[in-house]
Design a binder for this molecule. Structure first.
Ligand code: CMP
Length: 160
């Protein structure tokens, strides 16, 4: 297995997460896993930010609907940090379409739709770096030690 690395990833709790009172439930799942919240804020997405974030979907037939949905109410954006944070977060979130997601994942438990799928999560190191920069300034990100770090990351401390 490749050596596990500390990574950062971006999640967006979408308007359906906020409207359905799921913010606490979602944050709780990432906290329980051991992922560290290093940035968190609520924002109303502007056209320009949605266009940039979903530029790769611009030509898709669902783009207009996706844009309207993402602007329907504020969203909450979060940066998570931890060992293999990108992959670990995507497992917790589940695949894009709620109706295909396993029970136990966020989308598996709370979504039936392809569009209203509760959470966005970065899908690669490159995307995470770009997305974090898109939504957060440097002084909105915090570096601190979580007191359970040594226990959550014990396999990184030379313990077989
Ligand atoms: P996300 O993981 O944020 O990445 C792109 C988003 O586009 C996706 O979640 C959904 O919200 C939306 N999306 C993807 N496929 C469809 C689809 N077939 N119809 C509507 N929206 C979609």
């Amino acid at each position: 297995m490749a050596h596990a690395k500390e990574e950062q990833t971006l999640i967006i709790m979408k308007p359906d997460a906020l409207q359905r009172n799921l913010l606490g439930e979602i944050i709780h799942r990432f906290e329980r896993k051991g992922l560290k919240i290093v940035g968190l804020k609520m924002m109303q997405l502007a056209d320009v930010l949605v266009d940039e974030h979903y530029a790769h979907h611009k030509e898709k037939p669902f783009f207009a609907g996706l844009k309207k949905f993402m602007k329907a109410s504020p969203v909450v954006v979060v940066v998570l940090s931890g060992i293999n944070a990108i992959g670990a977060t995507r497992l917790i979130v589940g695949p894009t379409r709620g109706y295909e997601a396993d029970a136990g994942s966020i989308r598996g438990d709370f979504a039936l739709s392809g569009q209203s799928n509760i959470v966005h999560a970065s899908d690669s190191l490159e995307a995470a770096a770009e997305e974090i920069k898109r939504f957060f300034t440097r002084d909105e990100l915090f570096d601190y030690k979580r007191n359970d770090f040594d226990f959550v990351h014990s396999d990184e401390l030379g313990e077989e």
